[in-house]
Design a protein around this ligand. Structure first.
Ligand code: SAM
Length: 222
């Protein structure tokens, strides 16, 4: 089902410029390769050289904002391709006006056009769309093409932290990460009943927990 476009979306997006770093325009794929680049100067944006963490497919941004609030020594960027969704994150950010949390309205696969190599310390993949049909497996955030993007973005000691309610997607991710050179650690098949402390629940996670579903979690590094 298609989501209805929010009222006055364009005006609302333009008034979010304090926390919305960039909006990928519809003509992105018509542009020449060299015209697509719009590299972000993080020092200019955040006024410091603190580590950068990305929340990919951040949805309404609750996790990005709470992560930034609890980790003041880190800068968090939520990435989401749907303007209709990220507007909620940006408007929530405007209420508390954090200096260390920003949003990017673009497709994850295009991040190397906006972020320089090796600049990212941590990537969160929270409840990414599982795309259960085999024909769409290349859209999964842990498909090999996405992993290439993360390898490019991550710093030497960078990590991926993944959570999902979807066992098949979790199994696919374990296999794809291992086959593509990532090592795995801190794997949990039931996060709620594990020793993991200080979990920050995302919007989707709250929903799955309320239904009594187990949450799968892993950390991956190179
Ligand atoms: C299932 S939601 C999870 C949202 C949030 N992480 C949470 O846990 O509540 C997945 C989000 O990923 C976004 N998404 C899917 N494919 C994407 C892509 N290629 N680039 C950026 N965002 C994407 C969707 O629009 C959606 O908002």
């Amino acid at each position: 089902m298609r989501m209805r476009r929010k009222k006055n979306l364009d005006e609302r997006i333009s008034s979010c410029d304090r926390h919305l770093l960039f909006v990928e325009t519809a003509d992105f794929y018509q542009k020449e390769h060299s015209e697509r680049f719009n590299l972000i100067d993080f020092r200019k944006v955040f006024g410091n050289d603190n580590p950068i963490w990305l929340d990919l497919g951040c949805g309404k941004g609750g996790f990005s904002l709470e992560t930034a609030k609890r980790n003041k020594e880190v800068n968090v960027i939520g990435v989401e391709k749907i303007s209709n969704v990220i507007i909620e994150a940006c408007e929530k950010a405007a209420e508390t006006d954090p200096d260390n949390c920003m949003f990017l309205n673009c497709a994850v696969e295009n991040l190397p056009y906006y972020i320089q190599k090796g600049k990212i310390e941590r990537i969160f993949l929270n409840f990414s769309c599982p795309y259960p049909k085999h024909t769409y497996k290349n859209r999964r955030f842990t498909y090999k093409n996405f992993l290439k993007v993360y390898k490019y973005l991550l710093s030497e000691n960078g990590e991926i932290h993944l959570k999902t309610d979807n066992m098949r997607f979790f199994e696919f991710s374990l296999q794809s990460l291992s086959e593509n050179g990532f090592k795995l650690k801190n794997i949990s098949l039931d996060l709620q009943n594990s020793d993991f402390k200080d979990n920050i629940e995302t919007e989707y996670e709250k929903l799955f927990i309320s239904k009594g579903l187990p949450i799968y979690r892993l950390e991956a590094y190179l």
